[in-house]
Design a protein around this ligand. Structure first.
Ligand SMILES: [Zn+2]
Length: 266
């Protein structure tokens, strides 16, 4: 009775999470996906990827050790994928942390701090639009019409806070792989604004990827993780599998034109 009531409760929580998952911002989805997979494991369901597609049946429990051990499974392909995942995830994390720093530095209503606009882009230069490549232009006051970096060069203000209105608007976006995108314009139907014009380009890239998307060798990856990470719990191995599939086999729009200093060689 107790166990039934408990799994009903887990099921309710899972249904609620899955129902609104796809409408959540990416940042929230990342947190919720971990909880969704945790609940699914507890309920004996297959884990899902970042698009809530099932990753196949949960791995069967490893066979008990017997006198003559089974021949070792060949993990060469899965190990290569895992090693590539580690490298890619490390670089991605630098870009994701940078994206969060820029989003935070430019967040808020009203005038925007000029410092991040002028100095937080590639090599300490201005943030540039991911569509047209140009910096953000200030509006109003003595520096009206000047790109943020030129205004800063004329009037550097490292100690005080210098905020300015932006000419024509600006969109700061964290895209599906958690990295930064900056666009001129105001979101809406006006396709002369960079932030709206870019959508068609993004849709095309996504469609091309969908047409020939890679299929993760899940059974091989699961066997590799089971044999290699014996110290992890089954839940932790599912979480790791989800991350590997997410990083290596999900749609990846790459990096934008603005990159963190520590990752500029990549
Ligand atoms: Zn632009």
């Amino acid at each position: 009775m107790m166990a039934d009531a408990m799994s009903d409760e887990l099921r309710r929580r899972l249904r609620a999470l899955e129902a609104d998952y796809l409408s959540q911002p990416v940042v929230v989805q990342r947190t919720e996906l971990a909880e969704i997979n945790q609940l699914r494991t507890q309920l004996g369901l297959s884990p899902v990827n970042a698009r809530l597609e099932e990753l196949g049946a949960p791995a069967p429990a490893p066979a008990p050790v017997v006198a003559s051990p089974a021949p070792r499974r060949d993990h060469s392909r899965a190990r290569a994928i895992y090693e590539a995942y580690q490298k890619k995830a490390a670089v991605l994390e630098l870009h994701q942390a940078y994206a969060r720093r820029v989003a935070e530095a430019t967040a808020g209503n009203g005038p925007t701090p000029v410092y991040p606009l002028a100095k937080m882009g590639r090599d300490g230069g201005p943030l540039r639009c991911d569509l047209c490549g140009k910096p953000i232009v200030l509006e109003g006051g003595a520096y009206d019409g000047l790109p943020a970096d030129e205004a800063w060069a004329e009037h550097p203000n490292p100690s005080g806070r210098w905020n300015s209105w932006i000419s024509g608007g600006m969109v700061v976006e964290i895209t599906v792989n958690g990295t930064l995108r900056i666009f001129h314009g105001y979101p809406g139907r006006n396709h002369t604004h960079c932030c709206n014009a870019v959508r068609a380009k993004e849709e095309k890239a996504r469609k091309e990827w969908e047409a020939s998307k890679p299929v993760p060798p899940l059974a091989e990856l699961r066997a590799f993780l089971d044999d290699t990470f014996v110290e992890l719990s089954p839940d932790e191995r599912v979480t790791l599998l989800t991350k590997i599939v997410d990083v290596m086999f999900s749609f990846d729009p790459g990096f934008g034109v603005n990159v963190p200093g520590e990752a500029k060689t990549t």
